[in-house]
Design a protein around this ligand. Structure first.
Ligand SMILES: NC(=O)c1ccc[n+]([C@@H]2O[C@H](COP(=O)([O-])OP(=O)(O)OC[C@H]3O[C@@H](n4cnc5c(N)ncnc54)[C@H](OP(=O)(O)O)[C@@H]3O)[C@@H](O)[C@H]2O)c1
Length: 269
């Protein structure tokens, strides 16, 4: 399937770092041209220059804040203006908020939900009909292993990722027979800036994690098989199955140990 992506265009949101930048790298090495969208222009420019030098593929950069209500429309308009046909949309941009609810500003939660949910939904709605009409194309929506259960101290984030998983699976079923694949990517802990940005500075160093390279490689392999979702790494996949075997009460209480603030550590579950 990805052979047909050679010399075609992918739109990657959140392409300035982490998993999004790695998608750009692996897709350029397969001959794809890219539209990179995020806020940090300097990082995307450096990435685009490097990929162009190494693979000769083309890159457009769109500097955009995807938490803004009109972001989806602006991005779609810009791509129409460029005259580019998007063969692969990767809704990867996302942000997390870790902490106790009383220490989190409602405005920050709203911005997170806007990026994680509303803009992702909006972009899917704008690009999917074009793909269905052409009867080819694909969308990868980046969800999380956290989509499979509630997670204490990151409740809104984990719930936003459950939405992405269910939304994507539903569209997978609708689009599959029409030549288009919609797949949810559900990584476990991955070595990126995510946890520092989310407010758990230094957390990543104390926990086992996988590389963005491995996550993206497995995602592209799963897309070739037209899977509805993928959890990279067998241990993380197993965890998503184990959650189904335990009670919901146990699962959510167990989740407290990941991001429990120091003051709460002695509390009984
Ligand atoms: N790392 C993990 O353990 C893990 C696990 C499961 C799922 N995920 C998911 O993987 C995706 C990528 O995260 P990552 O781990 O690669 O972390 P990351 O390195 O922090 O990347 C996040 C990306 O999202 C972009 N972004 C965030 N807010 C944005 C906004 N308002 N407007 C435009 N772009 C925005 C960032 O770009 P700018 O800051 O330049 O705007 C950046 O490119 C996210 O959806 C995350 O939820 C990560």
């Amino acid at each position: 399937m990805l052979d047909s992506f050679n010399d075609r265009w992918a739109l990657i949101t959140g392409a300035s770092s982490g998993i999004g930048a790695e998608f750009a790298t692996q897709l350029a090495s397969r001959g794809m041209h890219l539209i990179l969208a995020a806020r940090r222009k300097d990082r995307m420019t450096a990435l685009a220059t490097d990929l162009n030098t190494r693979h000769g593929t083309r890159c457009h950069i769109v500097t955009i804040d995807l938490a803004e209500p009109e972001a989806g429309q602006l991005l779609h308009t810009e791509i129409t203006r460029l005259g580019v046909e998007v063969e692969l949309l990767i809704n990867n941009a996302g942000t997390g908020i870790i902490g106790q609810i009383e220490n989190t500003a409602p405005a920050d939660i709203q911005r997170m939900l806007h990026v994680n949910l509303l803009t992702l939904t909006d972009l899917t709605w704008r690009f999917l009909p074009e793909m269905l009409q052409r009867r080819h194309g694909a969308i990868i929506n980046v969800s999380s292993q956290a989509a499979f259960q509630p997670v204490a101290f990151m409740g809104a984030y984990a719930a936003s990722k459950s939405y992405i998983l269910h939304f994507s699976e539903a569209l997978w079923a609708e689009a599959r027979s029409r030549g288009v694949t919609v797949m949810a990517l559900c990584p476990g802990v991955t070595r990126t800036d995510f946890f520092d940005t989310a407010g758990a500075v230094g957390w990543l160093e104390k926990h086992s994690s996988q590389t963005p390279q491995r996550v993206v490689k497995q995602a592209l392999r799963a897309l070739e098989k037209r899977r509805q979702y993928v959890v990279p790494g067998w241990k993380d996949y197993l965890m998503t199955l184990l959650v189904r075997l335990t009670t919901r009460r146990t699962a959510v209480n167990e989740s407290k140990r990941y991001f429990r603030p120091p003051k709460e550590k002695k509390e009984s579950p």
